[in-house]
Design a protein around this ligand. Structure first.
Ligand code: CA
Length: 701
């Protein structure tokens, strides 16, 4: 719930990496060649770049729909398809896999891992998403929402092997795509706010046999070593923690960005935020809290530690550092460097030497940040933290800027233009610490309903955009304010960048200068990474369009030049009508209801909020019936729609208190116009009457 919150080429030195790109394209673990998309990020470098150029900046205006497939599951749609041997594979909510003929759209098979729906009540922070499969030697590798890793025969759709990567007793989940390399498969998990200790683990890709595990944060020191690959560095990490951190887990869950780097033989992965969120609560008195909010590199064969760079020591702001990672070669100061690049939630673009972890440059991509005041270049570009922002210690609260700049939405890098394409957000969000405060089952350590007494800093300029960033010069070369933060990118040798724009458009831009060349109504928002491939003599572009409560449904869309298929029209949204009983409940019931609503429901259901597309409950007919309301809230009858049972955290009388409070909100609507929620997803500062506080910080952009 929480995570779904929200130039020109002249003068640019165009670097040519044509040779190394082709070399990289022919080597990955899958049968990669220019016509397929076998791995999650395209190739193992995760550049999401294709050398195909039948579809180009000159003719993309003729792109049309070749075929589409309706998909009926409900939830979040985050899957990057893969294509091998003329078949296209895509995953849907509840970790299902669908296979189609990539040229015709003929349905071939469907695999359902039968994820137990009841886990939704306890361990899913952010809806039932899956970001895709990856291909290895005739098999598709899938991570399931309940923590399993499954290999599926790519031709038949039957299970080859299955292994459990998390303890079923733990409230962990997998939404990310497995990565492969060296004959091994690598996977992390989410669940940092559920009293968890994150880790990444490796398995034999042929058999599913366990190979190694690397914990992100140290465990209970009284229990001794873990007998894991991380044992050699956990004592070092433990020195950066204080208090009884292991009792709340510490967090650090590596839930998305992982790259297997063929050149160095390293697995490089991003780690999640610390948990609970205020550093002072999880590690009283200070400490960097290794290895949360970091990029960590381990030997792919053994899992042994090689290097780390902690982007945000003593992290306070849900700054997961799990955004995708991309490797490439860059020429910096006349010297060829093999680098890994990332732009995470904290707003900074990092270029790091892949073999050593030496930071080559770090640059703020948005106009202003107030969690740091600069970088200490003598300490490998460690950020200089703003002490005023340590709200767990100051007890003053803090509006952090930026917030959720780039989460999991795939990025791309085009070696021809030398540009990195990514959707960015410029926003702020207020944190108020409260020891032990939870949201549902999640220990956040902040009161999610409160905002700091000080006003938010001004957030000038556009709230979100598509950025074309030059990683060598560390500057933006062009931007499109039609772009959005919550959509991935893909780029091609046809001088194109594909990206979801607006509410539900799928759009192509010129890669070198950002000119908008083509756009189509996709029927729902395109959030996941799109791909391109060739079958026979035809190049195709494929994207998943979907969102919770998409009025026109969710689909896999496949385009080609001259395609003539037309989508059915999207029905207009149903008019909002208050359908509530008369107010009921005494003052104590309403107060309890308000408190529980803010703690458990408002993040997704606050009036008019775009986050996740959940309904505005003030207009719900369910308010009319105690039994119907409880059937949804406690029995989970709408679990398939993404509304998870809250039976583990709410009692029947709690549900009734919430119904009383929402009924009051509904009846209030009759006398006043609906208000639009202005939260972090809106990309603007939260309105406040208080004057903005004077700010130390760092200017960038
Ligand atoms: Ca998080």
């Amino acid at each position: 719930m929480r995570r779904v919150l929200i130039a020109s080429l002249c003068g640019l030195a165009v670097l040519s990496f044509g040779g190394s790109q082709l070399e990289a394209a022919s080597k990955p673990a899958g049968p990669a060649n220019a016509t397929e998309w076998p791995l999650h990020g395209g190739d193992s470098n995760e550049q999401r770049y294709s050398p195909l150029k039948q579809i180009s900046a000159d003719n993309v205006g003729k792109l049309g729909l070749a075929w589409y497939a309706d998909l009926s599951e409900k939830g979040q749609w985050q899957s990057t398809p893969v294509v091998v041997d003329g078949r296209i594979y895509v995953t849907t909510p509840w970790s299902k896999v669908y296979a189609y003929d990539a040229a015709t759209g003929k349905a071939l098979w469907k695999y359902d891992p039968k994820v137990p729906r009841e886990i939704a009540a306890t361990r899913l922070c952010c809806n039932n998403s899956n970001r895709g499969v990856t291909f290895y030697n005739g098999k598709l590798l899938l991570g399931t929402l309940d923590g399993r890793l499954v290999a599926i025969d790519a031709k038949k759709g039957s299970k080859v092997w299955e292994t459990r990567t998390t303890d079923i007793k733990d409230d962990m989940s997998i939404t990310g795509a497995p990565r492969v390399g060296n004959g091994m498969v690598f996977i992390g998990q989410g669940g940092g706010e559920y009293f968890q200790r994150g880790y990444i683990s490796a398995y034999d890709a042929e058999t599913g046999k366990f190979k190694w595990k690397f914990y992100v944060v140290p465990g209970d020191p009284s229990k001794g070593p873990d007998h894991a690959a991380s044992d050699s560095v956990m004592p070092m990490a433990a020195k950066t923690w204080s208090g009884d951190w292991w009792k709340t887990g510490g967090g650090g869950s590596p839930w998305d960005g992982i790259v297997f780097d063929e050149k160095t033989g390293l697995v490089i992965f991003g780690t999640g935020n610390g948990a609970p969120w205020p550093a002072e609560d999880r590690s009283p008195g200070g400490g960097d809290n290794l290895f949360i909010a970091s990029i960590v590199a381990v030997d792919a064969k053994t899992g042994q530690y090689r290097w780390h760079y902690q982007t945000v020591p003593a992290e306070n702001f849900d700054f997961d550092n799990t955004s995708p990672l991309t490797t490439t070669d860059l020429v910096i100061d006349g010297e060829k460097k093999h680098v890994v690049m990332q732009i995470p939630k904290n707003g900074v673009f990092y270029v790091i030497e892949a073999a050593t972890g030496k930071v080559l440059s770090a640059k703020l991509t948005v106009p202003f940040a107030n969690w740091l005041t600069g970088f200490d270049k003598d300490k490998n570009w460690a950020p200089i933290l703003n002490p005023d922002s340590n709200y767990g210690k100051t007890k003053q609260g803090w509006y952090v800027t930026p917030f959720q700049t780039h989460v999991w939405y795939p990025q791309s890098y085009n070696p021809n233009t030398g540009l990195f394409y990514v959707g960015l957000r410029y926003a702020t969000f207020g944190f108020v610490s409260e020891l032990g405060a939870k949201m549902g089952n999640q220990l956040l350590g902040i009161n999610i309903a409160k905002r700091p007494e000080m006003g938010p800093p001004p957030v000038e300029g556009p709230g979100q955009w598509l950025s074309a960033w030059d990683p060598v010069a560390q500057k933006e070369v062009w931007r499109s304010t039609e772009g959005v933060a919550n959509s991935g990118t893909m780029t091609t040798a046809g001088n194109l960048v594909f990206h979801g724009t607006g509410q539900r458009n799928f759009t192509a831009f010129r890669a070198d200068n950002g000119e908008k060349l083509w756009s189509a109504d996709a029927g729902a928002s395109v959030q996941a990474g799109s791909i391109t491939y060739q079958v026979g003599n035809t190049q195709y572009v494929a994207a998943l369009a979907g969102q919770p409560r998409a009025a026109g449904g969710n689909r896999l869309l496949v385009y080609k030049l001259g395609g003539t298929v037309v989508l059915p029209p999207v029905p207009p949204p149903a008019p909002l009508v208050v359908n509530a009983p008369a107010n009921f409940g005494d003052a104590a019931t309403l107060e309890k209801g308000q408190q529980l609503w803010q703690q458990n429901c408002s993040l997704c259901h606050e009036g008019g909020r775009g986050m996740g597309g959940f309904p505005d409950l003030r207009y719900s007919a369910l308010l009319q019936s105690d039994a119907a309301f409880k059937a949804v809230v406690l029995d989970g009858v709408l679990t398939e729609n993404g509304m998870l049972s809250f039976a583990k955290v709410l009692k029947p009388q709690d549900a009734e208190s919430i119904r009383a409070w929402v009924t009051k909100l509904a009846n209030d609507v009759k006398n006043q116009p609906a208000q639009t929620f202005q939260g972090p997803g809106a990309g603007r500062a939260t309105p406040s009457n208080a004057p903005p506080a004077p700010q130390k910080g760092l200017h960038g952009g």
